[in-house]
Ligand binder design. Structure first.
Ligand code: EPZ
Length: 425
C-alpha cells in the first residue's frame, strides 16, 4: 500500500503543466479498435487506467506501442472477442469497448465494468442504445455479458439522461453502422467533443458533439493513419486550482483550456480567489485571504459544475468563513470521503445528496483513507491546509487519475512525499 505523508501549511507558488485528460484518452483508445490503420494518440497521461486500456487492446490482439506520452495502436488484426474480467473490472471505461468491438467484429464477452465506489453505476442506457441498434445481449453467469451484432443499424436514440459513457458507446457503435445514427439528449462534455474530433480524423462523418444532438453516418470500413493529441485534463486543472485556492499562494497553470474549467473558476472567484487567463493556454490562480463560503452549488452535467470536482470544492470550503451547501445531482453516493475529512476537524453534515459545510478555522493532520479517486484528491487538499502531519492511505485510488500527484504538488512548494510499502492492507 502506498501512502502520502503531507505536512500542512505551505503556500503554493510556481507553475504546473496540465496533462492529457484521462476521461478523453480512454474512449479515444477504445475508438482505435474501429480503425484498421495506425492510430497515434499523443499527450496520453501515464495513469493506471490508461495502462489497463492498453492491456485490453493487446488482449484483443491489437499491436500497441508506447513511446513516452504517445500510444500507437496498429489496428489491422483483432484476434479475440473476450475482455478479461481482471481488466474490465478495473475501470468503468471498459464498458465503452462494447460499441467499438461489436461494431468491428460483431461479438464480445465482457464483464460488468469496475471503477470508483461512488454509488450504483447502472449500464442500462448503454445496453438499451446498443440493443436499439441491433445488438443481442445476454447476461451470462457471474456478471458476464455476451453481445452479438452482425451489423449495427443506424437509428434515432433518445437517452434518458445525458450520460457521458452511454453517449460515447453509442457514438462508437454508430461509426461502422449502416446509415445514420442520431443521439438526442447526448452528453455535452468536452471529452465527447474530443472523441468526435478523433473520429473525424479517422474519416467518420460525425457532427453535433458539444450540443445535445449528435449525428453519425456509419462507414463500411475505417482504415486511416491518424495522429491525434488528447485535450488537457480539466479535472486535474480544477484540482490544482482548488489546491492553491485552499493553501494560498500563486500558481500559473499551463497547457490548459479555460472554458472547460470556467465553472470551478466561477465558484472559486466567488470565494475570493483571483483567476486570470494570461493567454489561450495559461491561467494564473492567486489566493491571499481566508475564503468565503458559497451559498449553494449544485453539480450537474457539462457545462454545469462537474461532479468530479465536488469533493475537492468541499475540501476548500471546509476552512472557509461561513456555511456552504453542496447538492450532488449526478451520482447517488459521492460523499464517502466526508467522514475522513471530519477526522481532520471538518464540520460537514450529509443528508442524502446534500452536504452542509460549516467552515472551521482549523483542520488538524490525521491518518485518513482515500476511498475513491476524487475523494482522495479532496483529502490531499485538506492535508495541505491542516495543521501538522497527515497520512493518506490507499493512494492507488488517487493514482488512477493523477500522475504522481506528490511530484506536481512538491514542485510548487507543498511538503508531500510518497511512502511505499509492500503490504496490501
Ligand atoms: C463519466 O462516467 C466519467 N468517467 C466520470 O468520471 C464522471 O464523473 C461522469 O462521466 C460524469 O461526468 C469517465 O469518463 C471514464 P455517466 P460515466 O454515464 O460515463 C447514471 C472520474 O472521477 N447512468 O454520465 O460512468 C449514472 O449512474 C469519473 O474521473 C445510468 O443510470 O458517467 C450516473 O448517476 C468518476 N445508466 C449518471 O447517469 C447508465 O446506463 C451519470 O453517469 C449510465 C449512467
Amino acid at each position: 500500500m502506498n501512502r502520502f505523508i503531507i505536512e500542512g501549511g505551505n503556500r503554493l507558488h510556481g507553475k504546473l503543466n496540465i496533462p492529457g485528460a484521462k476521461n478523453a484518452v480512454l474512449p479515444i483508445l477504445a475508438a482505435t479498435i474501429l480503425n484498421r490503420g495506425i492510430s497515434r494518440i499523443k499527450n496520453c497521461p501515464n495513469l493506471e487506467d490508461t495502462k489497463t486500456m492498453q492491456e485490453i487492446l493487446i488482449s484483443l490482439g491489437l499491436h500497441v506501442e508506447n513511446d513516452k506520452q504517445d500510444i500507437v495502436v496498429y489496428g489491422e488484426n483483432i484476434t479475440a472477442n473476450t475482455i478479461p474480467e481482471s481488466l474490465a473490472g478495473k475501470m468503468r471505461s471498459s464498458i465503452v469497448l462494447m460499441g467499438a468491438v461489436l461494431g468491428r467484429i460483431g461479438e464480445i464477452y465482457i464483464s460488468y465494468p469496475g471503477g470508483c465506489a461512488i454509488g450504483p453505476r447502472p449500464i442500462d442506457m448503454h445496453l438499451n442504445s446498443l440493443r436499439k441498434m441491433g445488438a443481442e445481449i445476454d447476461d451470462l453467469y457471474k456478471g458476464t455479458l455476451h453481445c452479438k451484432a452482425a451489423k449495427f443499424k443506424g437509428t434515432e436514440i433518445l437517452l434518458d439522461y445525458p450520460s457521458v459513457g452511454a453517449t460515447e458507446n453509442t457514438m462508437l457503435a454508430a461509426c461502422l453502422a449502416e446509415g445514420e445514427t442520431i443521439i438526442r439528449n447526448a452528453a455535452k462534455e468536452p471529452e465527447i467533443v474530443d472523441l468526435q474530433n478523433f473520429l473525424q480524423q479517422m474519416g467518420v462523418a460525425v457532427y453535433g458533439a458539444g450540443t445535445g444532438v449528435i449525428h453519425i453516418t456509419g462507414k463500411p470500413i475505417i482504415k486511416a493513419d491518424v495522429t491525434y493529441s488528447v485535450i488537457p485534463d480539466r479535472i486535474v486543472a480544477g484540482t490544482y486550482m482548488a489546491c492553491v485556492a485552499a493553501t494560498g499562494g500563486e500558481i500559473v497553470l499551463s497547457s490548459i483550456d479555460y472554458e472547460p474549467v470556467s465553472s470551478i473558476a466561477y465558484c472559486l472567484r466567488n470565494c475570493g480567489v483571483s483567476i486570470e487567463t494570461l493567454n489561450k493556454k495559461e491561467v494564473k490562480v492567486k489566493s491571499l485571504q481566508r475564503l468565503k463560503a458559497i451559498e449553494v452549488i449544485r453539480t450537474s452535467p457539462y457545462p454545469g459544475f462537474p461532479t468530479d470536482l465536488q469533493p475537492q470544492l468541499v475540501a476548500v470550503l471546509s476552512k472557509s468563513s461561513g456555511t456552504s451547501v453542496i447538492i450532488e445531482t449526478v451520482f447517488e453516493n459521492r460523499y464517502g470521503y466526508v467522514e475522513q475529512l471530519m477526522r481532520m476537524g471538518a464540520d460537514i453534515t450529509v443528508r442524502e445528496r446534500v452536504a452542509v459545510v460549516k467552515g472551521v478555522r482549523k483542520l488538524t493532520g490525521a491518518e485518513v483513507d482515500a476511498c475513491d479517486l476524487r475523494g482522495g484528491a479532496a483529502l490531499a487538499i485538506a492535508a495541505l491546509i491542516a495543521e501538522g502531519t497527515s497520512t493518506i492511505n490507499h493512494v492507488m485510488h488517487i493514482d488512477r487519475g493523477y500522475e504522481a500527484l506528490e511530484n506536481s504538488l512538491a514542485s510548487v512548494g507543498a511538503s508531500i512525499r510518497r511512502e511505499r510499502s509492500n503490504s496490501v492492507s
